[in-house]
Ligand binder design. Structure first.
Ligand code: NAD
Length: 512
């Protein structure tokens, strides 16, 4: 018997850290049973849990109401290969067979953790071998190995959710076909827009935490997770999602740089996104940042509130006649181009796969990156964050910029090397910066940190400049965009739930 192989295939142990798994292996003891041997009796106190390594065990109960007894094993064996064991002992002819535990099934979990009496009598249906973990060994694993605790919570919560689902479906027959989604990083505005578009076929559990390796267990019992820009879908999270039986990551955003796509493919997890919800919302926000900085309305607003009606220091620039450079001319870049053309600006664009027809129609000049950077009075970023675009704006690019340039970033923080930007601001090379995104935003954005100090020195330094305007990734935040996000995300989820082949799903994201 290959104990390690067997245990690695059991949910409770299969994804433990190597050192924890080794501790389990050390603690596991073999126990042999002959046919008809009773492992324990219903009502006895449980002092160990076990995994069936060979053979099979039958669970009997004397209770007429047998539902409660089903908790003794985590799974029931698919196809018994032996005849059911005889009811245990004399005077037990009324015992009723609940189910059979086969190879890989775990028993005794509820009993040992909740310190409850055994809910069934277990009898060997044939010569059988068990791997047994004594109560003390389990307690020691819980004390010394946090990943074992997390795994146990996941297995127990999956059981609880299963029972809750069974109860709910008794009450509401409609719930049986529900597709369950764990919605991470829920904000009131998300809930409002999704509730409005939710039907009877999808059930959402609203979760406050962001999705990461520590919070992934909350996805147990769900078919899908719904994630946003700062949820962490790295390999470890995805592997755990697969183990929990989650088959879909439904992103409620366009960007997917937070998802390890090769790992998702290996795990067989489908990733769907919302490619476009309201490009206008983000483009208009970029322009709002630009207008505010160019006319200094953020400073004027503060001044007049304090009774200061002086205009000194508020001299701005016309946008009309100046040159804007757009890096990325996709959905958002195009909307931005159209607005800026409307202001009477000359618009340059750099895109790795430009829409030449659009550029010609809008009289947008397609140029290379260096030409754009050198010629623009305003530079606005609308390219995705990819390994190739990380720190696209670095010290060298900042050095090529026009003196006093305005830099707008509503795309992703990682496009800009913040240290290089800070140097540019200090030297005056960069005259103003409007940032809706920031490299390390996941630490701060979307949350209220007003009662604590900011420990991120770069962010704190940026906030000291009166020519830097930072918003907390709110470019998408309009009613129109939120409604569109909810509608597309739910339609993605429904398509997946209906069993459409993942390859044919329109908003699927795959590794390049
Ligand atoms: P899009 O895919 O329609 O457009 C991206 C464009 O960038 C494409 O035309 C593509 O060819 C181009 N591109 C790709 N790699 C490039 C490179 N190396 N150099 C130059 N151009 C390159 O995406 P979109 O809907 O316009 O969104 C743009 C970005 O805006 C998204 O990636 C996302 O990160 C960001 N975004 C931010 C918010 C917000 O709330 N602030 C909301 C939505 C999207």
């Amino acid at each position: 018997m290959d104990t390690a192989k067997l245990l690695s295939q059991v949910d409770l142990f299969g994804h433990l850290k190597p050192e924890t798994f080794a501790a389990v292996l050390r603690a596991a003891q073999r126990r042999d049973l002959v046919t008809g041997e009773i492992l324990f009796r219903e009502g006895e106190r449980g002092e160990f849990l076990f995994v069936v390594a060979e053979g099979a065990l039958d669970a009997f109960t004397h209770r007429a109401e047998s539902g409660a007894a089903r908790s003794e094993g985590a799974h029931s064996s698919p196809t018994p290969s032996t005849r059911a064991a005889q009811p245990p002992g004399e005077g037990h002819e009324d015992a009723c067979l609940l189910r059979r535990l086969g190879v890989g099934d775990v028993g005794g979990l509820t009993s040992i953790i909740l310190k409850q009496p055994r809910s069934a009598t277990l009898v060997a249906a044939c010569p059988s071998v068990l791997l047994v973990l004594a109560e003390r060994a389990v307690e020691q694993l819980l004390e010394e190995h946090p990943d074992f605790s997390r795994s146990l919570i996941a297995v127990l919560s999956a059981k609880v959710r299963g029972k809750t689902r069974a109860l709910t479906s008794l009450i509401r027959p409609m719930d049986r076909g529900l597709f369950r989604v764990a919605f991470y990083d829920t904000k009131a505005y998300d809930q409002a827009s999704f509730q409005a578009a939710l039907g009877d076929d999808v059930h959402i559990d609203w979760l406050s935490p962001r999705l990461d390796e520590r919070t992934v267990e909350l996805a147990a019992g769900h078919h899908a997770v719904c994630a946003f820009v700062n949820d962490d879908l790295s390999r470890a999270t995805l592997v755990r999602l697969k183990q929990l039986g989650v088959g879909l990551v439904a992103l409620r955003c366009a960007g997917f740089n937070n998802v390890d796509l090769p790992a998702a493919a290996e795990c067989g997890i489908t990733v769907l996104r919302v490619p476009a919800y309201s490009p206008e919302a983000v483009a208009e926000h970029a322009v709002a940042l630009l207008l505010t900085l160019s006319r200094k309305t953020h400073r004027a607003y503060n001044r007049v509130h304090e009774g200061n009606f002086s205009l000194v220091g508020l001299v701005g620039n016309d946008l009309h006649g100046r040159t804007a450079g757009l890096i990325g001319l996709g959905q958002i870049g195009k909307r931005c181009a159209a607005i800026l053309r409307g202001f009477g600006m000359r618009v340059l664009a750099y895109d790795s796969a430009p829409d030449r027809a659009f550029a010609a129609e809008q009289r947008v000049e397609l140029v290379d990156l260096e030409t754009l950077v050198r010629a623009s009075d305003v530079i606005s970023l609308h390219a995705p964050l990819l390994p190739s675009t990380r720190h696209l704006i670095d010290a060298e690019r900042v050095g090529q910029m026009k003196q006093g340039v305005t830099l707008i970033n509503t795309s992703r923080g990682g496009l800009v090397d913040t240290r290089a930007l800070l140097e540019g601001l200090k030297s005056g090379q960069v005259g103003a910066a409007g940032l809706d995104v920031y490299e390390e935003e996941s630490e701060y954005f979307f949350e209220d940190h007003s009662s604590t100090v900011i420990s991120d020195d770069l962010l704190a330094r940026l906030l000291t400049f009166n020519n830097v305007l930072i918003t907390s990734h709110q470019g998408f935040l309009t009613h129109d965009a939120l409604n569109a996000i909810a509608s597309t995300t739910l339609s993605n989820i429904r398509r997946f739930a209906s069993g459409q082949a993942p390859d044919l799903l329109p908003n699927r994201v795959v590794a390049p």
